[in-house]
Design a protein. Structure first.
Ligand SMILES: NC(=O)C1=CN([C@@H]2O[C@H](COP(=O)(O)OP(=O)(O)OC[C@H]3O[C@@H](n4cnc5c(N)ncnc54)[C@H](OP(=O)(O)O)[C@@H]3O)[C@@H](O)[C@H]2O)C=CC1
Ligand SMILES: O=C(CO)COP(=O)(O)O
Length: 322
């Protein structure tokens, strides 16, 4: 298996580092030729500044070098994946394409693997997701993720090839459940950050995580996910990590919303677009997802955190299991 990674941001680079340290040769593609020159000469990348790039990583800016690989990990922001795979559908034909982004595409309202399947029907789509901060993976801290693929033979091969001594992969055939867990937890993480930033406290955050998880399960079930997948690393596991750590950009963005502070618009915050996508999906299916709905409105600037709290806490009382 010849592994290429599209995107030398934090996650793409972290995966390249752990794979190279485990003895794999990895082609790491970035669109910025000047940045690639720096990566080649200094063996460093801007988004993981404390990490040395092992020799096994070959940073490239030529797409032909990436397309020479048979297995390509797509580590671009979720809203960039559709354009990338559509623009390069011919070159990607027949390859194994592993989506690494956590978000629902706003254009199609589908997950990353559906985008791949539509743009490149001859490719085998797979998904790598779960609780992990790029810096932790790159530093060799122990991490467990989910590798999801409906082609079980390909899933097993990927699980073996992409596991390293510090990165343990669990296999799943439920791609829809795994990608919804990873995408939806980012929306709840924004809500939790806003809750803490606005000073509503840890008890309120625990309520948001729990009721937010109920929303994740409700939407995922409606879209065909297996319920147990949401209980795993890609759902519950990533929800816990992202809603409780200031290393998360989604959580930090929520903190800024809660405090009424500005946030760097160049930072990748997947939950912002996905909150809008979730609102559209819920409306189309008649689902009640109140935390996701108020989060989308906070992100759009239509609600303050106090108004969001008011909208949530004053809803009609109901049974917990509803
Ligand atoms: N960081 C983390 O801890 C983790 C991230 N993920 C997921 O991985 C995905 C990527 O995140 P992450 O690596 O952190 O993001 P970063 O913001 O660190 O990096 C994004 C990378 O994508 C490139 N890029 C952006 N748009 C395009 C485009 N249109 N065409 C080509 N390249 C593009 C950027 O290039 P440029 O520098 O030129 O802008 C950059 O190299 C997200 O969905 C995230 O949720 C998953 C697990 C952990
Ligand atoms: O997905 C992640 C952790 O699993 C990274 O979270 P952020 O994108 O919020 O930084």
């Amino acid at each position: 298996m010849r592994i290429g990674i599209a995107g030398s941001g934090a996650f793409g680079t972290a995966l390249a580092v752990t794979l190279a340290q485990a003895g794999q040769q990895v082609t790491l593609w970035a669109r910025d030729a000047a940045a690639v020159e720096t990566m080649r000469s200094e063996r460093r990348v801007a988004r993981l500044p404390d990490i040395d790039l092992p020799e096994g990583i070959d940073p490239v800016s030529e797409l032909s070098a990436l397309f020479a690989c048979d297995t390509i990990l797509l580590a671009l922001p979720a809203q960039a994946t559709r354009v990338f795979v559509t623009d390069h559908a011919g070159a990607l034909a027949g390859k194994v394409l592993v989506a690494c982004a956590k978000g629902i595409d706003l254009h199609s309202l589908t997950g990353q693997t559906a985008i791949i399947a539509e743009a490149v029907p001859s490719a085998t789509p797979a998904l790598l997701t779960g609780p992990s901060f790029a810096a932790d993976i790159a530093r060799g801290l122990p991490t467990a993720l989910t590798l999801a693929c409906t082609d079980t033979g390909c899933g097993a091969a990927l699980q073996k090839a992409l596991s390293t001594p510090t990165l343990r992969l669990y296999r799943s055939a439920d791609v829809i459940g795994a990608e919804l867990g990873g995408a939806l937890k980012n929306v709840i993480a924004i809500a939790c950050g806003a809750c803490i930033g606005a000073g509503f406290g840890d008890s309120a955050r625990a309520a948001l995580m729990t009721r937010g998880f109920a929303e994740m399960q409700r939407l995922a079930a409606a879209l065909g996910a297996a319920p147990e997948t949401l209980m795993g690393l890609s759902g519950f596991g990533d929800l816990v990590l992202t809603c409780s750590s200031e290393l998360s950009r989604n959580y930090r963005y929520g903190l800024a919303l809660g405090r009424g502070e500005a946030f760097d618009s160049h930072t990748t915050v997947e939950g912002a677009a996905t909150a809008r996508a979730v609102t559209d999906l819920a409306a189309a299916r008649g689902l009640d997802l109140p935390i996701s709905a108020v989060t989308a409105r906070m992100v759009a600037g239509d609600l303050t955190p106090l108004q969001a709290l008011d909208a949530l806490i004053n809803r009609p009382l109901k049974e917990e299991r509803e």
